[in-house]
Design a protein. Sequence first.
Length: 483
Amino acid sequence: MVASEAAPFAKAGGLGDAVSSLANSLSALGHDVRVLLPLYSIIPQDLRQSFQPLSGAFSIHLRREHWARLWEFISSDNLRYYFLEYDHFFFRDRLYDGPYGAFEDNPQRFAFLCRAAIDLPEFLQWTPDVYHVHDWMAALVPVYLETVARRGQLEHVGSVLTIHNLQHQGYAHRSIIDYAGLPWDLWRPDKLEACGCVNFLKGGIYFANKLTTVSPTYAEEIRTAALGCGLADVFSFRGGDLVGILNGIDDSLWNPATDQTLPANYDANDLNGKNRCKVDFCRQCFGDEKVNGPPLFVAVSRLYPQKGLDVLGDILSWVVETMDVRFAILGCGEWQLEEQLASIARRFPDRIWFYRGYDEILAHRMTAAADFFVMPSRFEPCGLTQLYSMRYGTLPIVRATGGLKDSVVSNAQGVEHATGFVFYDLTHQALYDAIGWACATYYDRPGDMLTMRQNGMRRDFSWKQSSQRYLDCYHWAMEKKAN
Ligand code: ADP
């Protein structure tokens, strides 16, 4: 696998969780999985201590040759991580952006990673069966495989490209073709070119043997003009090779029965520990210890338009003025939305709590403490937080899009299988009504609440089924390459 993030080493969102948990699950099934990542300086020191340097300088053949160092880490499941050390590109405080937006040299940084992935087998004297590459940052790998690396050691190696979020495609000035050492005949609208730029993801979509995205509904949505982000035609062209596979979750990290970050543990048969988590959290945020206090609604998210939390921000004061509820929100991202949420929280300190930042432990505690988890996304390729919340007996309130639609069973379909609340239009009124619906269920039908919590906690969100589907894709890619 080639990726720009993998938890716990470096993670900006769901991509990092998905890469490492899928790799872990395949490795546990006995497959020889190796993951190439950049050696970012932000990788925590305690993790870095267990990396081993590989001997010899590693040569990367872009247009000009570059020299880097490789480090290896082998997990308890025999999963091998290779870390590419090249400080000029990866010694930075953040993964993709600084205070003034995305790093200008992101195309060079990730072209470098992709070419390193192509040069790695020769360095290791080991040939993979298939490259599984993730998002635009790794999307040049299939392009190399079908062009400059078409003959030789990698001749029969297949490729699978997974799109975790189509919104980010990796646009670059055309000079990147020279930098990357790619041939200029790729500068065509049916290869790398898009709107006068190079589009990394588009190239990957054209050249990968098999394409996947992270939920069946998103696989349909990206073929439409509304959610295709300019590439709907390309997906229609490659439609026969595009599969939607829902992400799983890492049960060893997200399990309320064993989660060490919680003040109390619990499972579907005994939810007492969940009450303790709520009381403990509310004491810290709102300063009271009510055992049967008002319902707690939570959101943990990047704060960007995709997530729709601006719509929540618009109605929050209306909600807390008309319903007996509490909100706790953890997130960071767009300054304007951060400010909007911070100012409402200041107006209603006993009802709304907002923490601006990124905090993994808090994310676990809030997911456990909450009664409801709000995700009014404009689009959502898969979404992991609704899966985590169901696992923790917290009922998601989601808009019917992408993986949210595929993973949450609406209360409207009858309570016996329901795991949450689903609404359709992203309007103020529709979100207000969905919150009201959840609130009424909390106060009037505690039996339904318990049934839904237990339904969610007993669903299987592990990688078991999805990793099997990825294995099928790998076989298809290898067969395609063989023919
Ligand atoms: P996306 O990848 O679009 O951000 P996902 O729901 O797939 O959305 O995954 C988000 C991941 O990032 C989850 O693991 C979530 O807990 C985590 N996360 C998002 N924002 C924060 C935050 N502010 N603090 C801690 N974890 C966060």
